[in-house]
Design a protein around this ligand. Sequence first.
Ligand SMILES: NC(=O)c1ccc[n+]([C@@H]2O[C@H](COP(=O)([O-])OP(=O)(O)OC[C@H]3O[C@@H](n4cnc5c(N)ncnc54)[C@H](O)[C@@H]3O)[C@@H](O)[C@H]2O)c1
Length: 359
Amino acid sequence: MEPIRAAIVGTGNVARLHAESLRELGEDVRLVGAVDVDGDRLTTFCDRHDVPARHRDLASLLEKDRPDLVHICTPPGTHYDLALACLEAGSNVLVEKPPTLSLAELDNLIEAERRHGAALATVFQHRFGTGALRLRAMLDSGVLGRPLVAICHTTWFRNQAYFDVEWRGRWDTEGGGPTMGHGIHQMDLLCAILGDWTEVSALARQQARRMETEDLSMAHVSFANGAVASVVNSLLSIREESYLRFDFERATVELTHLYGYGDDDWRITPAPEYADEVMAAWQAGSSGVPSAHRAQFAEVLRSLRMGTPAPVTSAESRRTMALVAGVYASAFTRAPVRPAELSTDSPFYRKMEGNGPRW
Ligand SMILES: NC(=O)c1ccc[n+]([C@@H]2O[C@H](COP(=O)([O-])OP(=O)(O)OC[C@H]3O[C@@H](n4cnc5c(N)ncnc54)[C@H](O)[C@@H]3O)[C@@H](O)[C@H]2O)c1
């Protein structure tokens, strides 16, 4: 079987994880080319990771190397144009989070997937650790009972210097602050476990940093299955943590980590009367895989081989992006928001900040 031909666009920080993860996946995939507008970065990256073809623009890569899969690792404001060009050339796309700056852009890419028969997947690696897979399987089996309450905290710290990088902290380049750029990972996992959300009430603040976007948001989110979640996205929290907690009828399940988890970062506390059955299911569940890029890439490659939609599919990432848009829409209109209100005539459909933030 020929290896899948992968390429990387943008050879900065996160691209290193992509190249290393692809290499770890062995003969199934080959990194055939890379693109960066910065020639020095491109050279250093390609030398370090043995990438044969080097390009200063995407068009040249698509024409000469014809990759099966293009990893987009550039700043968020560039994702849409680059992903569209790949889909139009018939190459599948694996784009770093956030996939686009707006729901409107994402819907255009979904339309392009249909037109050109290529697929768009988004990197949300925390869905792929075995802890999350085990939790989802237990929820589906009914052993945990109904989900009732959830907590989803991204309490991270970024000092003012972090926002000196030209594309950070701006609506037009990042599409938002910690809600869009950081907490989106945890909110995506929340949605992967709890499913469709039905209403969000939120606030957003510029609490301490000088930047265009929020540095803090807080939200209450209702889900179709009846669960309610409390969400915090902060870049002001000196003891940093990513924390998810799910209170089911028969157990509390918690995940505490920062940028990636292993099995040991999960904790389950069963209700005494269900302890045997819950703990038996927990111990029998899948284990051993941390929530790293590699775990997701393995699933992406498997899907490409089988001709099934690669995860996280555009439909799944759209639900998470709609929750992000819903947080901003609720915060800036000071009203609860339902998914249907984020339709094409909503200003929050075209831009995460709508007609402009209202602090
Ligand atoms: N999944 C994760 O855990 C995770 C972690 C970090 C970053 N990210 C995401 O990865 C993306 C990149 O972040 P980063 O920190 O690596 O950024 P970075 O600034 O370190 O690197 C971006 C690179 O893209 C290049 N570039 C910019 N525009 C380009 C274009 N049009 N064509 C080709 N190259 C271009 C730049 O020259 C730079 O080398 C962002 O979307 C970020 O949110 C995800």
